[in-house]
Write a protein that binds this ligand. Structure first.
Ligand SMILES: C[S@@+](CC[C@H](N)C(=O)[O-])C[C@H]1O[C@@H](n2cnc3c(N)ncnc32)[C@H](O)[C@@H]1O
Length: 278
């Protein structure tokens, strides 16, 4: 397997598969370092496998998994093999046991190889590959009756090989972009802005509220001043349109698999750049 056909090792909300052709077309042709401060499942990273990448996410369990793959992939594969071989015919109970084990380790702050294996296993067998936590930060996604294998060993090894040259950071997006400088490309795929601007609840979804979106827009401006190429994706809402009114905006129609009311511009994403493309 070459760098060119690496697949994400987890399913992740907000994956950019539908936008990949547009992102490819609009990317700068040449750049120095590649920054992805909201890497999530890495759909974009693994598709393009840039040579000098710096990736980041605030999700500590996710970043632990990236690191364990990078440094201990063979042991991780052994661990996952053990987990999969222990799955009984009555899988449901086993899933909830593994989830309890995972949460116990989160509470004890044991960010290690076992946690990474459990992370991949739970992602595969939970409902929709969602990562959702309760107010205490504990994973609470229910079981999804899947008999699939939790992992693909060949792909995990290819991911590990690629990650050898990737810098992996954990924390807030602003800090992750501290060293980005002229000629670097920064791809920003933050949690979505709410589709319905009147919904208060939606503002705090994923802990990324309107203030965070404003802070991100400020960073976009700061990176522009530094001479970085920036590309940002989000829902096409008035709020986002207004926040980035000084930049190029390209609206893309996508299939969306959620319900939303008629007032929303459902099915529209926007790709914003601070440079001309094409
Ligand atoms: C839309 S997802 C990224 C999806 C990703 N491009 C993919 O293809 O899977 C957004 C990510 O931002 C992360 N995140 C949320 N708040 C953050 C923050 N303040 N700083 C850095 N990452 C954050 C979330 O953990 C989540 O993984």
């Amino acid at each position: 397997m070459t760098d060119k056909n690496i697949a994400p090792f987890v399913k992740w909300a907000g994956g950019k598969r539908q936008l990949l052709p547009y992102i490819q077309e609009m990317m700068p042709k040449n750049y120095h370092n590649y920054y992805e401060p909201f890497v999530g499942g890495g759909a974009v990273l693994f598709h393009f496998t840039p040579q000098h990448a710096i990736i980041n996410d605030i999700n500590r369990a996710l970043i632990n998994t990236y690191k364990q793959i990078k440094y201990r992939v063979d042991e991780l594969i052994d661990f996952l093999t053990e987990i999969d071989e222990s799955i009984p015919t009555e899988h449901k109970q086993y899933y909830y046991k593994q989830r309890e084990k995972f949460n116990d380790k989160i509470m004890k702050e044991e960010y290690d190889l076992e946690l990474a294996a459990l992370f991949i296993y739970l992602n595969k067998h939970c409902f929709n590959g969602l990562y959702r936590v309760n107010s205490k930060g504990l994973f609470n996604v229910p079981f999804n009756n899947s008999s699939a294998k939790s992992f693909n060993a060949e792909n995990l090894s290819a991911v590990a090989k690629y990650l050898q040259k990737v810098t992996i950071l954990e924390g807030d997006f602003e800090l992750a972009c501290r060293d980005a400088s002229a000629g670097d490309f920064v791809f920003l795929d933050s949690p979505y802005a709410p589709l319905n601007d009147n919904s208060f609840e939606a503002y705090t979804k994923e802990g990324f509220d309107m203030q965070s979106h404003k802070r991100l827009a400020k960073l976009f401006e700061e990176l522009t001043k530094r001479g970085c190429y920036c590309m940002l994706t989000n829902h096409n809402t008035e709020f986002i349109e207004d926040l980035y009114r000084d930049y190029l905006q390209r609206v893309i129609t996508v299939k969306r698999y959620i319900n939303s009311d008629a007032n929303n511009r459902k099915g529209e994403e926007v790709i914003i750049t601070n440079y001309n493309y094409g």
